[in-house]
Design a protein around this ligand. Structure first.
Ligand code: ATP
Ligand code: MG
Ligand code: MG
Length: 381
């Protein structure tokens, strides 16, 4: 009996545990809070990631360790990896945790990125605004997620407000300024690399964010094959350089038909949730296969799939469940503003059938604006 340890007990760990059950796997989830939603399906160890005693208990009970949470301290991952195999490796995790290290690596690998500059002081912010230009975004280098830790700078007059908002973090998590990209679309590559170096990707996904939080994903994205090849080439380059094992996502902006890399998420990714019903093998199952050294499953898609995120509170399930290709995922979390509490995936073979289903669901749930972008994409808009 193999036990997979997961650091972080959110919905990603929960879906990983659900997808690992048919493989006969056991799980142990570690989280800092007792009500972590993965704990509803797997034993939960509550502890601080920096607490050696807790980490030692975790290491003693698992055969291999992985993450649902990308901000586990790199030193803790390092400490663990001396005791139990850890995938992805702690160095890959460390790079992906730091926007500066990440963007520097992208550049080194000839993966285009928006202009950026590190910022350690108020004076350096002015210098960065001069070199990067406005509009731009001041971001924390570490610990940001769902658009948190970001301040949009529209003109030089916003510099003081930006510093007021985030300046205190310059000496702790660090700051970076990135040029604002007026992109036409956002795409992501969800990829998996096995212990033996085998590399696979799911088809590109198109993503729509609202206030920095993912709202909807549509797959396969409608892109020309050359662009898709470029994107998967970037993902492969990163995976090979980092000797990455497991699933990761590369978030990309598409502007004037060209790609710019935004960030690398060193874990299963929200833009890959559609693979549960929309692909031959889901990202969760392939992540487990990768970290366990098992053969990877095919990443072929079944028709088209659209994922809708439920933020704050779960809507009524009926309208989605009434659809022939409707699938419901309630993470079992307490409602809270801005919190990802669940998602739905709608799947159909034909784009127009999927668009119709999305419109019905959007209408029934009063979420017309959430379904509008994928519907437009499916209808060729
Ligand atoms: P995630 O939850 O994906 O980890 P995050 O907090 O790490 O999010 P980003 O991915 O950097 O943040 O930004 C969130 C969203 O904000 C992006 O998907 C994009 O819509 C927008 N955004 C971020 N950076 C830029 C940029 N440089 N130009 C334009 N839009 C941006
Ligand atoms: Mg991120
Ligand atoms: Mg992101």
């Amino acid at each position: 009996m193999t036990t997979v340890g997961i650091l972080g007990g959110g919905q990603l760990a929960r879906m990983m545990a659900l997808s690992g059950a048919p493989l006969g796997l056991r799980f142990l989830v570690m989280d800092t809070v007792a009500d972590a939603c993965a704990g509803q399906f797997a034993p939960l160890l509550v502890g601080d990631y920096r607490d050696e005693a807790a980490l030692a208990e975790f290491a003693g009970k698992v055969d291999v360790a992985t993450f649902d949470f990308e901000n586990v301290p790199a030193e803790s991952a390092e400490w663990l990896s001396a005791r139990v195999p850890v995938f992805p490796n702690p160095r890959a995790l460390a790079v992906a945790q730091d926007r500066l290290a990440e963007k520097t690596l992208f550049r080194e690998l000839d993966i285009p990125v928006p202009a950026f500059a590190a910022v350690a002081s108020r004076q350096e912010l002015d210098q960065a605004l001069a070199t990067v230009g406005v509009p731009c975004i001041l971001k924390t280098r570490r610990l940001g997620y769902d658009g948190k830790g970001q301040f949009r700078i529209r003109s030089l007059a916003d510099a003081d407000a930006a510093w007021q908002a985030l300046g205190a973090q310059a000496g702790t998590v660090g700051l970076i300024v990135e040029a604002f990209v007026p992109f036409e679309r956002e795409l992501s590559v969800v990829a998996v690399r096995g212990r033996d170096g085998e590399f696979r990707t799911w088809p590109l996904t198109e993503n729509w964010h609202v206030d920095g939080v993912l709202s909807a994903s549509l797959a396969p994205a409608r892109v020309d094959p050359a662009l898709a090849d470029t994107a998967t080439g970037y993902a492969r380059r990163l995976a090979e350089r980092l000797d990455y094992v497991g699933v990761f996502a590369l978030e990309l902006f598409c502007r004037d038909g060209a790609l710019l890399a935004n960030e690398l998420a060193p874990r299963v990714h929200n833009s890959g949730h559609w693979t549960i019903e929309g692909a031959e093998t889901s990202q969760f199952q392939n992540h487990l296969r990768a970290v366990l050294g098992l053969p990877l499953g095919a990443t072929d898609v079944r028709g088209r799939a659209c994922m809708l995120n439920w933020i704050g509170a779960m809507p009524e399930a009926g309208p989605v469940l009434a659809e022939p290709g409707g699938h419901w995922h309630d993470y079992g979390k307490e409602p809270r503003e801005g919190r990802k509490v669940g998602h739905a995936t709608l799947r159909a073979d034909a784009p127009s059938v999927l668009a119709d289903a999305l419109e019905r669901v959007g209408q029934a749930l009063g979420r017309q604006s959430q379904v509008a972008p994928p519907v437009a994409a499916l209808r060729g808009g």
